[in-house]
Design a protein around this ligand. Sequence first.
Ligand code: BEZ
Length: 246
Amino acid sequence: MIWNAQLYDGKHEFVSKFGEDVVSLLAPKAGETILDLGCGTGDLSFSLFSKAVHVVGIDQSASMIEEAKQKYPDISFLVEDAHDLPFEEKFDAVFSNAALHWMKKPEQVLAQVFKSLKPGGRFVAEFGAKGNVMSISRAIIGQINNYDYHQYPWFFPSIGEYSSLMEQAGFHVAFAEHFERPTRLNGADGMRNWINMFGDVVMGTQTPEERERITAGAVAELKKEWFYEDHWIADYWRIRVVGVKK
Ligand code: BEZ
């Protein structure tokens, strides 16, 4: 997946705005060393940095990291894959907002997070949960004959499933929550913009003409239920967890 960092910042800034709630759950203390896993263009890394945290932001997307470095030159940002991290007992906390649903080998990611934490360190994360963007996904997939579900790009677990995976990785699960968060997409083109930015990847190897047809069909289908005069609602569900490396 190639990200357009400017489009991401311009139209989807709500991702980091909601992330401030997860920063509160993290309760960072001055002087801590914290990894922001899947930092995107760095806004929440900056929020941590502003609280006198030594923050390292990582993302698999080179264009996101490039943008993050330009916005926040005093923060350390690295292009890294969370399935294979170069850290050993380095961090007081690993923090992640709206990123883990892109990583389809959660056992591997959790093992890497565990390894990267100091003993006593905490893992605090929020991401898409079971049921997340289900209507949008169904509307897109409904436009495609014989959809190959192997190409479905996201991992949206229940808290039962994810807590078990955390325990298998060695974490003590201190907190887990699954909740609905209807998310406003501004403007008459809000849903089309969302699909162009995020939902396009559901379509796999379709041609540009097919992508346009699928997008238009999905938007028309979704309009009946999810469009409200001047904005759309995306059917987001979140999972929030805190794990401790005892
Ligand atoms: C989410 O934050 O829930 C999300 C973002 C992009 C694609 C799918 C889900």
